[in-house]
Design a protein around this ligand. Structure first.
Ligand code: NAP
Length: 253
């Protein structure tokens, strides 16, 4: 990257939701390495979030941990306002926070509590941060939402999870159009199976091995496989990509 580009990135500020671990933590660290000041959002695991902040600061970057449950609009608004107070503005929102059902749960076995929780975090949580961002993101900003390649794979046991992600893809495309004139791009990434707690918990080693071999690359994704793509989408190089969903999955679908 040129010196000029480095200066341009140095002034940027990003909020990464769900950045205490997994893909979000890798994104926070990757964006910070590009000189972007990063809000490491988390819901419950404060120690993990603080460790991510410390790792960024140890590498010479700028970061702060802010607790906010993305399902609660007032907490989301307060997170944006704190970020503006700390860093002077917000340019980038990465809507990474998300949950999955435990193991495989068919639609008929999905109880009300699980349905409501998946929708509250994956869909309403994304809506809450988009709505807050619409009023606060600076011109030239970037939004990256999180879908899943499970939409395309359509495997039994993932109906509600995949439905929340399909809704996120639809909002991504429409929201990009609603931000016309602001010079803010809105895109989504749709990872395939990626080696994080979300994917690995509730699976046997045999299940993990079978899924890992399903993609032509014959391995699971790593958080860095996803964070590199997010870093590109929020960069100046991606200014002509808007309203799109990019599958990042080693070719599994
Ligand atoms: P993960 O390791 O389980 O991490 C989830 C993160 O989300 C944590 O930082 C967690 O915070 C945060 N979070 C959960 N509920 C929240 C809430 N209500 N408010 C704020 N933050 C909340 O998950 P991951 O695998 O990195 O997944 C990241 C994104 O990628 C998700 O949207 C997921 O659907 C998507 N994705 C993942 C895969 C995969 O195979 N891993 C595949 C496709 C798509 P705490 O630590 O504080 O609880």
């Amino acid at each position: 990257m040129s010196t000029q580009a480095n200066h341009a990135q140095a002034a940027k500020v990003a909020i990464v939701t769900g950045a205490s671990r997994g893909i979000g933590a890798a994104i926070a660290q990757r964006l910070a390495a590009d000189g972007i000041a990063v809000v490491v959002n988390y819901a419950g695991r404060e120690a993990d979030a603080l460790a991510v902040v410390e790792s960024i600061q140890a590498a010479g970057g700028r970061a702060a941990a802010i607790r906010a449950d993305v399902t609660v609009p007032a907490q989301v608004a307060a997170m944006f306002d704190t970020a503006i107070t700390l860093f002077g503005g917000v340019d980038i929102l990465v809507n990474n926070a998300g949950i999955m059902q435990p193991g495989l749960v068919s639609l008929v076995d999905t109880d009300d509590a699980l349905f409501d929780r998946l929708v509250a975090i994956n869909l309403k949580g994304t809506f809450n941060t988009l709505r807050a961002a619409a009023k606060r993101l600076r011109a030239g900003g970037r939004i990256v939402n999180f879908s899943s390649s499970m939409n395309g794979l359509s495997q039994p046991g993932y109906s509600v999870y995949a439905a929340t992600k399909a809704a996120v893809e639809t909002m991504t495309n429409i929201f990009a159009k609603e931000l016309r004139g602001r010079n803010i791009t809105v895109n989504a990434v749709a990872p395939g199976p990626t080696a994080t707690e979300l994917f690995l918990k509730d699976k046997t080693p045999e299940q993990v091995e079978r899924i890992a071999k399903a993609a032509p690359m014959e391995r699971l994704g790593e958080p860095a496989d996803i964070s590199e793509v997010v870093a590109f989408l929020v960069s100046n190089a991606a200014s002509w990509i808007d309203g799109q969903t990019l599958r990042v999955n080693g070719g599994i679908i």
